[in-house]
Design a protein around this ligand. Structure first.
Ligand code: ATP
Ligand code: MG
Length: 530
C-alpha cells in the first residue's frame, strides 16, 4: 500500500510472520460475507484489505459465504456479492460456504461433547440470558450443565434428527460461567431452526452459531490471517479456545476499525428496510451506499479502491466524511470521462446574425485531461439552449454570464453579445437574443476580445431530450442511526429530483461515459441513468 504512510499494523504483522517462516511464509486471507443483503461501501474496505494484503504478500484470498442463518439468506444475495467483488477487480482463490462444513462442524461439536466441553441445554432463551449474569456479576450454572456425556451425545444426535422444536434445546460450550469475558460464559454453539436453507435445503435443522462456525471455517480452510472488525475483539479468546481444544489449524484473528460513513446507514437490516418499505427503488438505487448503487451512479472500481486506500487500516474508530468518497470519484472521472454538454433548465438563445437553417460542426476535445480521448463534433446553429440561470436581466455584481449588452463565450464555440430578450405576459423570459462574433471561434480566435464568462449550450434542433435524475444524500443528518426515534424519519425528502425538460448534446449516443457532464456546480453530474 502507500509507501509514504509506512506499513499499517496488519502489513507489519504479516511481514513479521513471513520473516519468521510462520505457515511456511504462506498468506491466505478470506472475505466472509453473510448472504443476507447486498454489499455496501463498508464491505469494500474489508474486501480491499483482505484481497489487497494477499496480493501484496504473494498470497491468495478465499471468498467464504457465512451462510448459517437460513431464514435471512438467499441465492440472489450470493450472486450479487460475487458480481460486486469481481467488479471491484478482485479474484478469489476458492469459493467456499460455511454450509459446506456443516458435517465437519457437527463432528467437531460431537468431539467437544465427548471431551466434556459441550452440553445440551433445555433452558429457554430468557432463562439462559438471566443465568448469564453481567460483566460484574458472575453467571449461574444451568441445571443442565451437569448432564452426562452419554446423555449429551444422545440429545445432540436427536436435535440433529429433528426430534425437537425450534428453541427447545441448544448446544452450549462448557467454558466458564464466572469469566469476566461474557463470551466465555457457556456460549451457544448450535440452535434448532426448522427452516429451509438456500443451499442445504432441509438436510439440517440445527445450525451453528457465528462463534462456532467462523473460526472453525477459517481453520478448515487453513486461513493464516483472519481479519475482522473491532467489535469481534472480545470474541477472539473464544475463537482461540475452540481451535485449541479441537487441535485445528491455528488460524489467527486480527481486528481493524470498521468503515463508518456519515449521511448514510450501513447495517444490512436497515438497508433492507429501506428497500422493502420502498423508500428507495431497490438495493441499487443510486442513493444507497451499496456497491451496486455506487456502480449505477457512475462510480468506478478504481475510485472505490482508492477511497479504501485513503481511509487506510487502523485500530481506531472514526467517521469518514462522505465528501472523501465523492472526491475520489470526481478525481477519477475527471481523468477518464468523456464530456457531454447538457442543459437542465433550458432557455432559448437565438443568434440573430447566424444564418437560420445553417449548421456547422465544431470539433471539441472529449476530455482535455486525457489526450487519447479524441475529439467529437458539436453541432452549432442559430437556435441554442442555454441554462436559464446563465442569463440575468439585471445582473448582480460579479455576474459574468449573459445579460443585456454583455458578452460571454459559448464553450468551444463563439463569443456572443446579448442584444435583447422577450418576456411573456407573466414576465417570464421566453427567449434571449444575441449576435455572435464570427472571428472569435474557439481555437481560432482573432477577435481580440476578452470575456470573463464561459457558458455551456446545446443546439436546439440537434439536442435530444433526456430525463435527468439528480441525486442528493439520502439522509438529512450525519448519523441517522444515533438520532432519536426511527432512522427513517431523517430521510431527505429532496434526495431525488427528476428533470424532464433537459436537453443533452446531440452526439450523446456516440459517447460511452456520459455520466460526467460538464454542467454547473462541481462539474460532475452523477445521474442514475442506465
Ligand atoms: P451487518 O451487521 O450490516 O449485517 P456485517 O458486518 O454482519 O454487516 P457481513 O456480511 O458479516 O456483514 O460482513 C462481511 C465482512 O465485511 C466481515 O468481515 C465484516 O467485518 C466486514 N464489514 C462489514 N461492514 C464493514 C464496515 N463498515 N467496515 C469494514 N468492514 C466491514
Ligand atoms: Mg455479520
Amino acid at each position: 500500500m502507500s509507501v509514504e504512510k509506512g506499513p499499517n499494523f496488519l502489513e507489519e504483522i504479516i511481514a513479521e510472520d513471513i520473516k519468521n517462516g510462520k505457515h511456511g511464509g504462506r498468506v491466505l486471507t478470506r472475505f466472509p460475507p453473510e448472504p443476507n443483503g447486498y454489499l455496501h461501501i463498508g464491505h469494500s474496505k474489508s474486501i480491499c484489505v483482505n484481497f489487497g494484503l494477499a496480493q501484496q504478500f504473494g498470497g491468495t484470498t478465499n471468498l467464504r459465504f457465512d451462510d448459517t442463518n437460513p431464514e435471512k439468506e438467499e441465492t440472489e444475495y450470493v450472486d450479487s456479492i460475487k458480481a460486486d467483488i469481481k467488479w471491484l477487480g478482485f479474484e478469489w482463490a476458492k469459493e467456499c460456504y460455511a454450509s459446506d462444513y456443516f458435517p465437519k462442524l457437527y463432528d467437531f461439536a460431537v468431539r467437544l461433547i465427548k471431551m466434556g466441553l459441550a452440553y445440551v441445554d433445555d433452558s429457554s432463551a430468557e432463562e439462559i440470558a438471566a443465568m448469564k449474569g453481567s460483566p460484574t456479576v458472575p453467571g449461574t450454572d444451568s441445571p443442565y450443565r451437569s448432564r452426562t456425556i452419554e446423555e449429551n451425545v444422545d440429545l445432540f444426535e436427536r436435535m440433529r434428527k429433528g426430534e425437537f422444536k425450534d428453541g427447545e434445546k441448544v448446544l452450549r460450550a462448557k467454558v466458564d460461567m464466572a469469566s469476566p469475558n461474557m463470551h466465555f460464559r457457556d456460549p451457544l454453539m448450535y440452535r434448532i431452526r426448522h427452516t429451509e436453507h438456500h443451499r442445504t435445503g432441509n438436510e439440517w435443522c440445527i445450525y451453528p452459531m457465528y462463534d462456532f462456525a467462523h473460526g472453525q471455517s477459517d481453520a478448515i480452510e487453513e486461513i493464516t490471517h483472519s481479519i475482522c472488525t473491532l467489535e469481534f475483539e472480545v470474541h477472539r479468546p473464544l475463537y482461540e479456545w475452540f481451535i485449541e481444544k479441537l487441535e485445528l489449524f491455528p488460524s489467527r484473528q486480527y481486528e481493524m476499525a470498521r468503515l463508518n460513513l456519515n449521511y448514510t446507514v450501513m447495517s444490512k437490516r436497515k438497508l433492507l428496510q429501506l428497500v422493502q418499505e420502498k423508500h428507495v427503488s431497490g438495493w441499487d438505487d443510486p442513493r444507497m451506499p451499496t456497491i451496486s448503487a455506487l456502480r449505477r451512479r457512475g462510480y468506478t472500481p478504481e475510485s472505490i479502491r482508492n477511497f479504501a486506500e485513503k481511509v487506510g487500516v487502523a485500530r481506531r474508530e472514526n467517521i469518514i466524511d462522505v465528501g472523501l468518497l465523492e472526491f475520489c470519484v470526481r478525481e477519477d472521472l475527471n481523468k477518464r470521462s468523456t464530456r457531454v454538454m447538457a442543459v437542465l433548465d433550458p432557455l432559448k438563445l437565438v443568434i440573430e446574425n447566424y444564418p437560420a437553417g445553417q449548421m456547422e460542426l465544431l470539433p471539441t476535445e472529449n476530455n482535455t485531461e486525457d489526450p487519447l480521448s479524441g475529439t467529437r463534433e458539436m453541432p452549432f446553429s442559430s437556435e441554442l439552449f442555454i441554462e436559464r440561470d446563465d442569463f440575468m436581466e439585471v445582473p448582480e455584481k460579479k455576474y459574468f454570464r449573459l445579460s443585456p449588452g454583455k458578452m460571454v463565450r459559448l464553450k468551444s464555440a463563439y463569443i456572443v453579445e446579448c442584444t435583447g430578450f422577450d418576456k411573456d405576459e407573466k414576465g417570464h423570459i421566453t427567449v434571449v437574443r444575441a449576435r455572435y462574433i464570427p472571428e472569435s471561434k474557439s481555437g481560432h480566435d482573432q477577435s481580440g476580445l476578452q470575456v470573463k464568462g464561459v457558458i455551456h449550450w446545446v443546439s436546439a434542433a440537434h439536442a435530444i431530450k433526456a430525463e435527468v435524475r439528480l441525486y442528493d444524500r439520502l439522509f438529512k443528518v450525519e448519523d441517522p442511526s444515533s438520532e432519536e426515534g426511527d432512522f427513517k424519519e431523517y430521510i431527505n425528502p429532496d434526495s431525488l429530483q427528476i428533470i424532464h425538460r433537459s436537453h443533452v448534446g446531440a452526439l450523446l449516443r456516440r459517447c460511452k461515459a456520459w455520466r460526467f457532464l460538464p454542467v454547473h456546480a462541481e462539474g460532475i453530474l452523477c445521474t442514475g441513468y442506465r
